[in-house]
Design a protein around this ligand. Structure first.
Ligand SMILES: Cc1cc2nc3c(=O)[nH]c(=O)nc-3n(C[C@H](O)[C@H](O)[C@H](O)COP(=O)(O)O)c2cc1C
Length: 180
């Protein structure tokens, strides 16, 4: 088990925003130029694909379990994520993912914006994700069994801090301009 993410790290420039949109099933319907440049995937390689095309293999399943539980319940999610680049590198982002709704209130897709993360947030979430990933790998078995083990590990980590995923995201993120 490595203790850092493998591959070359790409950093977003301050102020840059990565945008993507999906249909209700999570298939990519839009990517902006910044996602193309940072990820190294072409627009054609991403459009129509499941959004896990940019998934980093060292990200725990439980984080995406949480993401989809919230999204399908109609709630937005903020979080620190590491994504993979086409050439096997990675980049950390601070992501916001939200359902988009039709006028009748039904979910017609999902929309995500991501910007350069604060190091303080990576310092909290990188080791946390590593421990959750280790729990998933120890569990072995099917994807479902690994997800269950990861969800239990994530819940235990949050309970030990008497916090929630969202509260931990925000307590790890200094207000803009307030960082030391
Ligand atoms: C709008 C939107 C944006 C997403 N952005 C990412 C992302 O940047 N990186 C990522 O790994 N998964 C992202 N996902 C989650 C993926 O759909 C997927 O659940 C995840 O990559 C895990 O892959 P898996 O479900 O095949 O294990 C996003 C989903 C949506 C709806």
């Amino acid at each position: 088990m490595t203790h850092t993410l493998q591959g070359r790290e790409v950093r977003l420039r301050p102020g840059e925003i990565i945008v993507s949109k999906t249909d209700p099933r999570g298939r990519v319907t839009y990517v902006n130029d910044t996602l193309v440049r940072v990820s190294g995937f072409t627009e054609a390689e991403m459009l129509g694909q499941p959004h896990n095309v940019v998934r980093h293999p060292q990200m725990p399943r439980a984080v995406f379990g949480y993401l989809w539980t919230e999204l399908l319940a109609g709630r937005e999610v903020f979080g620190y994520l590491a994504n993979a680049t086409r050439d096997g590198g990675f980049y950390w982002v601070f992501a916001h993912v939200t359902p988009t709704r039709a006028p009748d209130g039904s979910i017609r897709g999902f929309h995500s914006t991501r910007r350069a993360p604060q190091q303080a947030g990576i310092d909290v979430f990188h080791p946390l994700y590593r421990r959750v990933l280790e729990a998933e790998q120890r569990a072995g078995g099917s994807a479902r069994e690994q997800l269950a083990a990861g969800e239990a590990a994530l819940a235990a980590e949050l309970a030990a801090r008497a916090t929630t995923f969202d509260a931990l995201v925000w307590s790890s993120t200094a207000a803009e301009g307030a960082a030391a």
